[in-house]
Design a protein around this ligand. Structure first.
Ligand code: WT7
Length: 638
C-alpha cells in the first residue's frame, strides 16, 4: 500500500482493509519509515487499561525520518521558511542539509550540557526557528520535549515544569507578536523561583531587550552553540518505539492540566501518514500551517508531519492582523503557498475585517485549505472557500485532539466529498463510533451521540504523565474497549461526521482548550471571592466566550464590582494567562445547586447564551429563586 492514497475508491478499500486486517494495514504504513531496528510485533495491549503498544519491539528515532532520510534526495530543498513578525525584516530559510546541521549542533550542545535520554526539557519560546530546532534536537538525543505555549503565565509554566520534573528550560529573552514585545525570560525566572529540578536554562536572544541572566544556570543559545564543534555529527539516540517523544499539557474537565504522552514509533508513523493523506502534498509544494508550535497542531503539522514527508514548511512568528489584516494572504502570495491550514477563529476574525484585505493578493497557488481547532460554521466555511480558495480548493475540516496525536476525521485533499461544517470521513485505519450515554452503539445514520474511537491507532495517547489512573478514567473507562473523545457528534445520512463540540466541562476559546475548573480555581484565589462557576457561550469570533459567575463574601456594589472584576480577571491572568481571561464576569448571590451540592451548569449555560426562559426541571434545586436573580442580572450584562 502506498503511504499516500490517490483516489476516493482507494480510500474506501484502504478503510475496508484496515478494518479486516488492522495489523497488516498498519505494518504496511509503518514500513514506509526508516527503523533503527525493524519491528516484528505490530500492536499489543488493550484499550481497556491503556496498555496499547505499537511496533513495540522496533526502534526508531523520528529525526532520522524527518531529517536524515531527506538528505539523500532533497538535501538542498528548503525544509523550513521562517517568516518574521515584521514583514520588513529579514526572514530565514533552511534547506534540509542546513536544518540537519543546525539540529545536530544544538543536539550536541544539549548533550554537552548533560541532557540525557529520557530527561524532560521544557520549551517556552516564541515562533522563531530555534523553537523547531530545539524540538528536533530534543528528539534527536532522546530527551522528552514539553513545549509550553508562550502565552501561559509564570504560574502555569511553573506547574508544567514541576509536573514534568524538567531538567532544562529553553526560552528566549523576549518574543514579538504584532506591535507587542513579550518578556519571556522574566516569566521563566519567576516560574523557577521555587524549582529544584531545572539545572540549566538556554536563552535565545530574539530582540534587543536586555534580560537577567543567572550565570550559574543560564546560557545564551549562541554560546551553547559555540561550545560545540559546528560540523560534528550528532548521532540519533536509539529509541524504542514506545520511548517517550514528548509531553504536551492540555486541559481536562477536572483539576490541573494533564501531560499527554506520545511516543517515537506510533507518532512518527501517524504524523507522516496523516500529513501525506490529508494535505495531499506533492514534491515542490509549499505548505503553511499558521498555528503555534505550543499546541499539538504545530507539533504534528508544522514540524513533524511536513518534514516526515520531505515537504517545505513555513513558520510564522507574528499574528494575522499585523501590520494589517492582509498578512496571511501576503504570506501565501510571497511563498506561493499550496496548502494552507488555519483555525476558524482566525477565519472569522479576518472575515470581519473586510474582503478588500484578501482580494489584494494573488492566491492562485493555493490547492488545499485546512481548518482545525473547533467546528467551522457555515458562514466562515463559505468565505474561506470563496474568498481565499476562489471556489477551487477543497476545505479539509480536520477533527482531532492533543490526545489523538494526528488528524482523525477529515477530507483527504480533493479526493473526498465535502460538506460545509462537516469533518467528513475518518482516515483509513480510524474507526469512530457514536454511543449513547449508556454506551450503546448508535448504528443508524442521522443521529447524534458521543464520539468514541473503537480501535487503537498508532499515535493514540499512551498515558497522562505521572498519573495513569487519570488517563484511564478520562478516556478508557467511560466506555470500555473504546477511546472516549469528550466530543458530541452527528453522522449524516451518508456517514459523514459533524463534530458538534465538547460534552464535558472543557471550553474551546479561539481554538484554545480550557477546563472550566482551572479557570474557576484561579477566580477563587481572588480575595473576597467565595465560589465561582464558569461556562462557555457562543461567541462570534472566538467560537466560545467565557462567562464567569462569581460569588463574593459581600455582594459588591456597582462601583465595587468594577474593582472586583478586575481583581478576579487578574487572578486568571496570573494563574493561566491572558488567553483565558473571562469575557464576562457576573457577580451573583448564589448558584443553582442541587440538594447534593452539584452546580447545575446546564442552567448557567442557557443563561449565558441569552436564553432566559424554560429551564426545564428545576425542582431538584436547593433554592430555585437564585435562578431569577441570575437571569435578572444577566439580562443587563449581555
Ligand atoms: C478539541 C481538541 C488538535 C486540533 C487542535 C485542538 C475540538 C478540534 C475540530 C474540528 C470540530 C474540533 C474538539 C476536540 N476540535 N478540531 N475540525 N471540528 N471540533 O486540539 O486543544 O486538543 O482540542 O478541539 O472539541 O475535542 P485540542
Amino acid at each position: 500500500m502506498p503511504l499516500q492514497i490517490e483516489s476516493f475508491e482507494a480510500y474506501r478499500s484502504a478503510q475496508k482493509k484496515s478494518k479486516h486486517n488492522p495489523e497488516q494495514f498498519w505494518a504496511e504504513i509503518a514500513n514506509h519509515f526508516d527503523w533503527q531496528r525493524p519491528f516484528k510485533e505490530v500492536h499489543s495491549g488493550k484499550m481497556e487499561d491503556a496498555s496499547t503498544r505499537w511496533f513495540g519491539d522496533g526502534q526508531i528515532n523520528i529525526t532520522e525520518n524527518a531529517l536524515d532520510r531527506n538528505l539523500r534526495e532533497r538535501g538542498d530543498q528548503i525544509a523550513l521558511h521562517w517568516e518574521p513578525n515584521d514583514p520588513n525584516s529579514e526572514g530565514q530559510s533552511f534547506t534540509y542539509s542546513e536544518l540537519h546541521r543546525t539540529v545536530s549542533q544544538f543536539g550536541n550542545a544539549m548533550r554537552a550540557m548533560g541532557v540525557k535520554k529520557g530527561e524532560r526539557v521544557v520549551l517556552y519560546m516564541p515562533m522563531v526557528p530555534e523553537l523547531a530546532i530545539a524540538v528536533l534536537a530534543c528528539a534527536r538525543i532522546g530527551a522528552v520535549h514539553s513545549v509550553v505555549f508562550a502565552g501561559f503565565s509564570a504560574q502555569a509554566l511553573s506547574d508544567r515544569i514541576e509536573d514534568a520534573q524538567a531538567s532544562m528550560v529553553i526560552t528566549a529573552n523576549a518574543g514579538r507578536r504584532g506591535a507587542k514585545t513579550i518578556p519571556l525570560k522574566a516569566t521563566v525566572d519567576e516560574a523557577l523561583k521555587e524549582n529544584q529540578s531545572v539545572q540549566n536554562v538556554i536563552v535565545k536572544s530574539v530582540t534587543s531587550d536586555p534580560c537577567f541572566m543567572d550565570t550559574s544556570r543560564d546560557v545564551w543559545w549562541k554560546d551553547a552553540m559555540l561550545s560545540t564543534e559546528p560540523l560534528a555529527p550528532c548521532s540519533a539516540e536509539i529509541m524504542d518505539a514506545e520511548d517517550m517523544l514528548f509531553i504536551l499539557y492540555t486541559s481536562g474537565s477536572t483539576g490541573k492540566p494533564k501531560g499527554v504522552v506520545h511516543t517515537h514509533g506510533g507518532y512518527t508513523v501517524y504524523a507522516g501518514y496523516s500529513f501525506a493523506n490529508v494535505f495531499q502534498c506533492q514534491p515542490g509544494d509549499v505548505y503553511w500551517c499558521s498555528a503555534d508550535i505550543g499546541w499539538i497542531t504545530g507539533h504534528t503539522y508544522i514540524v513533524y508531519g511536513p518534514l516526515l514527508q520531505g515537504g517545505t514548511t513555513i513558520m510564522f512568528e507574528g499574528i494575522p492582523t499585523f501590520p494589517d489584516p492582509g498578512r496571511y494572504w501576503a504570506i501565501c502570495e510571497k511563498y506561493k503557498v499550496t496548502q494552507f491550514y488555519t483555525a476558524p477563529t482566525a477565519i472569522r476574525a479576518l472575515m470581519a475585517c473586510g474582503d478588500e484585505h484578501v482580494e489584494r493578493y494573488d492566491l492562485s497557488s493555493l490547492r488545499v485549505l485546512g481548518s482545525v481547532g473547533e467546528p467551522i460554521n457555515e458562514e466562515a466555511w463559505h468565505w474561506y472557500h470563496e474568498k481565499v480558495g476562489h471556489s477551487k480548493c477543497p476545505i479539509v475540516d480536520t477533527w482531532w485532539q492533543t490526545e489523538t496525536g494526528g488528524i482523525m476525521i477529515s477530507g483527504l485533499g480533493n479526493l473526498s466529498p465535502q460538506k460545509p461544517a462537516h469533518a467528513g470521513y475518518p482516515l483509513p485505519g480510524i474507526h469512530p463510533v457514536l454511543v449513547d450515554p449508556e454506551g450503546n452503539t448508535i448504528k443508524d445514520n442521522g443521529k447524534e451521540g458521543l464520539l468514541c474511537i473503537a480501535a487503537p491507532w498508532p499515535s493514540m495517547i499512551r498515558t497522562t504523565y505521572g498519573d495513569h489512573e487519570r488517563c484511564l478514567n478520562t478516556y478508557f473507562r467511560p466506555f470500555p474497549g473504546r477511546y472516549f473523545t469528550g466530543d458530541g457528534a452527528k453522522r449524516d445520512e451518508n456517514g459523514m461526521y459533524r463534530v458538534i463540540g465538547r460534552v464535558d466541562d472543557v471550553i474551546n476559546v479561539s481554538g484554545h482548550r480550557f477546563g472550566t475548573a482551572e479557570i474557576e480555581s484561579a477566580l477563587n484565589q481572588t480575595p473576597g471571592v467565595i465560589e465561582s462557576a464558569v461556562v462557555g457561550y457562543e461567541h462570534e469570533i472566538k467560537g466560545q466566550g467565557i462567562h464567569a459567575y462569581v460569588i463574593c463574601e459581600q455582594f459588591p456594589s456597582e462601583s465595587e464590582s468594577i474593582e472586583m472584576a478586575k481583581a478576579a480577571e487578574g487572578q486568571v491572568i496570573l494563574g493561566i494567562g491572558k488567553i483565558a481571561r473571562p469575557d464576562r464576569i457576573q457577580f451573583v448571590a448564589g448558584l443553582p445547586k442541587t440538594r447534593s451540592g452539584k452546580i447545575m451548569r446546564r442552567i448557567l449555560r442557557k443563561i449565558a447564551s441569552g436564553d432566559f426562559d424554560q429551564f426545564g426541571d428545576t425542582s431538584t434545586l436547593l433554592d430555585p429563586s437564585v435562578v431569577d436573580e441570575i437571569v435578572d442580572k444577566a439580562k443587563r450584562l449581555i
